[in-house]
Design a protein around this ligand. Sequence first.
Ligand SMILES: Nc1ncnc2c1ncn2[C@@H]1O[C@H](COP(=O)(O)OP(=O)(O)OP(=O)(O)O)[C@@H](O)[C@H]1O
Length: 251
Amino acid sequence: MTATARGSEFAVELRSVSKTYRSGPEPVVGLDEVSLGFPRGTFTAIMGPSGSGKSTLLRAAAGLEGIDDGQVLVDGTELGGLKDKELTVLRRERIGFVFQSFNLLPSLTAAQNVALPPKLAGRRPGKAEVLAALASVGLAERAGHRPGELSGGQQQRVAIARALISRPAVVLADEPTGALDTRSGREVLALLRGLADDPGRAVVMVTHDPVSASYADRVVFLTDGHLAGSIDDPTAEQVAARMTSLEALAC
Ligand SMILES: Nc1ncnc2c1ncn2[C@@H]1O[C@H](COP(=O)(O)OP(=O)(O)OP(=O)(O)O)[C@@H](O)[C@H]1O
């Protein structure tokens, strides 16, 4: 990684990104010339009606979704210029992904789950490093517990620790509180909010919930694969009102 790459303003940037799904009888637009940067040290929420392209955007930002046109840059590196192996390494080292369903391995302890990404990369992390990652999500004392012995909120926090162990430039979260009760959800949101205090890192979250979105510095709205405006320092009420008008337009 060059100094220039590290120095880029955005942890992730989409430049005129388009993606059309062509697997069905009719082509379906996922993203249509979307240009959007996620500055370091910020927390952004992505919202929009169902089918507006939120998950496509997140997967494209993670290099998990091939795009038809445009460029995706992660930590200053353009994904389109990478070979498969290089993309895998960049994803492992620079991107942390948090899923709605946690995606922990049930037979492994919390510590073993957190240690998995570096192990897959051929590096055995030290015990102190794993415990520090778990401590950063408030779960150091649960290191030896398996996912089935943890609450949903605790499991999601383990998943966040697993995403953090490689010190990624960007954390991408797809409906991270969707499977949680309100209180656990709020804890996870506060945690994600705190991750964006790292000046080198951007946190990006897809959500349907205006209260969750209000934890972000900025909410970006999508409709039909297009950008449809944004709100800085949002309140839940502002976000809910904007969603209502976008959903009315989508009908
Ligand atoms: N693998 C796929 N094959 C075909 N069409 C797809 C595929 N994935 C997504 N789409 C379509 O692309 C559009 C955008 O989908 P996407 O999942 O990004 O929307 P979303 O805003 O995340 O929706 P939701 O809020 O319902 O999760 C939708 O019309 C969807 O049906």
